[in-house]
Design a protein around this ligand. Structure first.
Ligand SMILES: *[C@@H]1O[C@H](CO)[C@@H](O)[C@H](O)[C@H]1NC(C)=O
Ligand SMILES: *[C@@H]1O[C@H](CO)[C@@H](O)[C@H](O)[C@H]1NC(C)=O
Length: 353
């Protein structure tokens, strides 16, 4: 009776053995494998064995009765994990259309066999990247269908030849997409990135903005720096409005992603990230490597703290020139104006050139 539990030798022995086993597991597989085991279903991660993105997609056929159609299973029955991606041949538009018979005009899709649990708007800023776009559409349509999503692909086309403004185009895309439907998730997508694993879900995190392209091949499949938010991200409309959207004022110079990361923080949120083994992407180059450097260029000084409440969705101005429904996407053409005249360089800046 005088023994307390901790003093019981059997109990102590049990504790020591238990700890030894736990340490062994950690040592063998790393902490992430332990937690992955607890949190997720096992995922095939062998990137030397890949499957075609269209594998088993033809199993999704019309339910016999629309009225009694069940909700989609929480996890897709046809996931394969790592996908085969090549850029050797450019698929024709006709090919992509015929391989995706359930995609409707405007790049809209609802699963034919079940009621989708999520509605995702994919928003892609675009100008003069027709080949990359074609590759992306070939892979992205079946990828989204594998995930049993209700989705629509929006292309935001910047008219005229002024400097490109990716972040402002995304603001326009969100503004226009929200007129069409009550989207659960805004999936903001570079045209030159292709997801490599169908377990990388194109749905939003409930609480925080999600950065999805955490492992890009051209960046050695690792994050270039801890606050990196470029490439592909997923925000709910609530997240997006809470941070006043993205800045409208970054023209042609990259760096807007750091402003965006800072906005997320200032709006009281944080970035969640798709784990590196799932958030893998292939990046397409456009001629030279130049556009690529932009992705990871960081501005010297950020003024987000003083600008974010006045620069964003609440100050967005643009001219909608056209909204055309293509068989594979909705093409929204906008005039977003020109950058303000740059102030003349100061003496110190000049001497740095
Ligand atoms: C998908 O296709 C493969 C063959 O490519 C087959 O082995 C597998 O069982 C299929 N999966 C389902 C869920 O039908
Ligand atoms: C989108 O529409 C604009 C204007 O109508 C057009 O110039 C552009 O080529 C279109 N882009 C694509 C990829 O369809």
């Amino acid at each position: 009776m005088s023994f307390s539990r901790v003093e019981n030798p059997c109990f102590l022995l049990f504790l020591v053995i238990f700890q030894a086993i736990f340490i062994l597991i950690l040592y063998r597989g790393g902490a992430s494998s332990v937690f992955r085991g607890f949190l997720d279903v096992p995922q095939p991660l062998d990137y030397s064995k890949t499957e075609d993105v269209y594998t088993n997609l033809s199993l999704f056929i019309h339910a016999p009765d629309k009225e009694t159609m069940p909700y989609c299973t929480p996890q897709s029955p046809i996931f394969v994990g790592p996908l085969t991606i090549t850029f050797n041949t450019l698929p024709s538009e006709r090919t992509i259309i015929s391989k995706n018979p359930y995609v409707q005009l405007g790049g809209l899709y609802s699963p034919p066999h079940c009621l989708a649990r999520y509605k995702t708007a994919v928003i892609i800023p675009h100008r003069n990247r027709e080949k990359q776009l074609r590759h992306l559409l070939y892979y992205l349509h079946p990828f989204l269908q594998r995930q049993q999503l209700h989705y629509r692909i929006y292309l935001i086309h910047q008219a005229r030849n002024g400097p490109f403004n990716q972040a402002k185009l995304l603001n326009v895309g969100v503004h226009e997409a929200m007129k069409d439907d009550d989207w659960d998730c805004l999936l903001l997508h570079n045209v030159n990135l292709i997801p490599e694993n169908d377990y990388n879900l194109y749905v939003c995190d409930e609480y925080y903005p999600k950065h999805m392209s955490s492992a890009i091949d051209k960046l050695q499949y690792s994050l270039p720096y801890w606050s990196f938010f470029g490439g592909v991200s997923a925000l709910t409309p609530e997240h997006y409005m809470k941070m006043n959207g993205f800045p409208n004022t970054y023209w042609d110079r990259g760096g807007e992603h750091d402003d965006i990361a800072e906005r997320i923080r200032l709006a009281g949120m944080k970035i969640v990230r798709t784990p590196l083994h799932l958030g893998r992407y292939r990046m397409m180059n456009h001629g030279q490597i130049s556009g690529f450097a932009e992705t990871v260029k960081r501005p010297a000084v950020l003024h987000t703290r003083t600008t974010w409440k006045d620069d964003g969705m609440n100050s967005l101005e643009f001219k909608l020139l056209a909204k055309k429904l293509h068989p594979l996407y909705t093409n929204i053409t906008v005039d977003i104006g020109d950058p303000p005249m740059l102030p003349p360089l100061s003496k110190t800046q000049e001497s740095n050139i």
